[in-house]
Ligand binder design. Structure first.
Ligand code: IMP
Length: 428
């Protein structure tokens, strides 16, 4: 049984928690897109400090699971190795259980520099990226001649020759476009590459072949999406998106498996909406309600620490991403965060220039101007974080979940009432 877990909003839905739970029955857990811009928090129990993972698949906390980073990921070796060392300090050793595609592209220090230079130059029009070098690295992948892949670490002489050419070109671009006066130093970069090669080479594998073998042997594979479908490069709120196809549609190209290899697509949402970075957000509550949700839900970025923008649940945008990803089931997390709000609004439609829209607009400036149509339900005040069964939830909480489910016409199979594994309610 192969399952893909994907975010249906603008990221940070809690995919790490769902992947951690589902990985109990998985033999392989696969990270297939994005890079260290992702921040997947996993809380194993209430007593233990959370794990913040950026590149390692969330299944890494279970030693019996094989964790795979595929070709679609842009891999920052510096961050990956730091993450591996951080886990080792907490007693989690990583050896043969981590497989990395030689086809994965490497995020180099100059990609992060370029990300920062580009954002600075955009000024008030900036995208609000995570400055993790994601866009510049994917741009080099598309350019091809300036790209570096993990397998290039296997031939350091060749890599040095290429880096001399690449940095020469980047130096010219950085100086001419951004007025940057600090040229890149190939010797420093090569020192880093030598260290990375030593530590990463044992993990490099043809992950496409590995996944095909696992699929044909009937082993259970769990695919861990990064970011959220509304940040998808082609189908999200362009240009305020990330640089990969992070919705479910991106899975095949990003790991070399046909879509038919997936049995279930599980979409993850929060019981409300959050967004970090710039871009349209129709249900945003830039007011007391938004601040209440942010504080109660600890809505600050795992990767950048930035405060997240918060607002009501939006069935129009999530309806669109369900359709896009062929989503079979939903996990709705953070229901506990809504406790204490007198009324709960659900966005059921958009109006633009006085008319109802019956589709999710492709243009960011249209989405920015839509008016939301809301349905209001009574809120609940009880602390629901200790509740262990769906039936024990207050009536108003259940009514909210079931109304969202009816509007989305997709079963909500899991409800989260807190960050730890035990704070999860399964519905039939
Ligand atoms: P980038 O992926 O760093 O280029 O950032 C592009 C946009 O995607 C920005 O608005 C980021 O805040 C957003 N973004 C990237 N990764 C994540 C994530 O994991 N969670 C939420 N937002 C993200």
């Amino acid at each position: 049984m192969n399952t893909c877990v994907v975010g249906l909003q603008w990221g940070d839905e809690g995919k790490g928690k769902i992947v951690d739970l589902l990985s109990e029955n998985a033999e392989l857990v696969v990270r297939y897109s994005g890079g260290a811009n992702a921040g997947h928090s996993v809380v194993r129990s209430k007593e233990e400090k959370q794990f913040a993972l950026h590149l390692l698949p969330s299944g890494i906390l279970r030693p019996e699971v094989t964790c795979v980073i595929t070709n679609g990921v842009v891999l920052d070796p510096e961050i990956l190795l730091k993450e591996i060392d951080g886990l080792a300090e907490r007693g989690i050793k990583i050896a043969n259980n981590l497989k990395i595609s030689g086809r994965a592209h490497l995020v180099m220090p100059y990609h992060k520099k370029q990300d920062q230079l580009s954002e600075n130059a955009l000024g008030k029009d900036k995208i609000g990226t995570t400055i993790r070098g994601i866009g510049p690295c994917y741009a080099d992948k598309v350019t091809r001649s300036t790209a570096i892949r993990a397998a290039d670490l296997l031939n350091l002489d060749n890599l040095q020759e290429r880096l001399i050419k690449i940095t020469g070109l980047k130096n010219k671009i950085f100086a001419a476009v951004y007025g940057d006066k600090e040229p890149l130093d190939v010797d420093i970069l090569m020192d880093l590459c030598r260290q990375w090669a030593k530590r990463l080479t044992p993990h490099l594998t043809d992950t496409t072949a590995l996944l095909h073998k696992a699929w044909h042997e009937g082993r259970s594979i769990l695919f861990e999406g990064a970011q959220g479908s509304l940040l998808d490069l082609d189908h999200g709120t362009f240009p305020f998106v990330t640089s990969s196809n992070c919705s479910a549609v991106g899975l095949s190209a990003a790991c070399g498996l046909p879509a038919k290899a997936i049995d279930t697509f599980m979409g993850v949402v929060k019981a409300y909406t959050s967004r970090v970075g710039a871009g349209p957000f129709p249900t945003e509550q830039d007011n007391e309600t938004g601040r209440y949700i942010r504080d109660k839900g600890h809505e600050y970025g795992t990767t950048t620490g930035r405060p997240r923008r918060c607002g009501w649940f939006d069935t129009v945008s999530v309806g669109y991403t369900i359709q896009l990803g062929g989503i079979d089931k939903i996990a709705m997390l953070h229901l506990d965060t809504l406790s204490g709000l007198k009324e709960l609004n659900i966005c059921t439609g958009y109006r633009y220039q006085g008319k109802s829209l019956d589709f999710f607009p492709a243009e960011a400036d249209v989405l920015d101007k839509v008016e939301c149509v809301y349905e209001t339900l009574p809120g609940f005040t009880e602390d629901i974080s200790g509740i262990t069964s769906y039936a024990a939830l207050p009536n108003a909480a259940r009514r909210y979940v079931e109304r969202v489910e009816a509007l989305l016409q997709t079963p909500i199979a899991i409800v989260g009432v807190g960050p730890s594994r035990e704070e999860t309610l399964f519905r039939n």
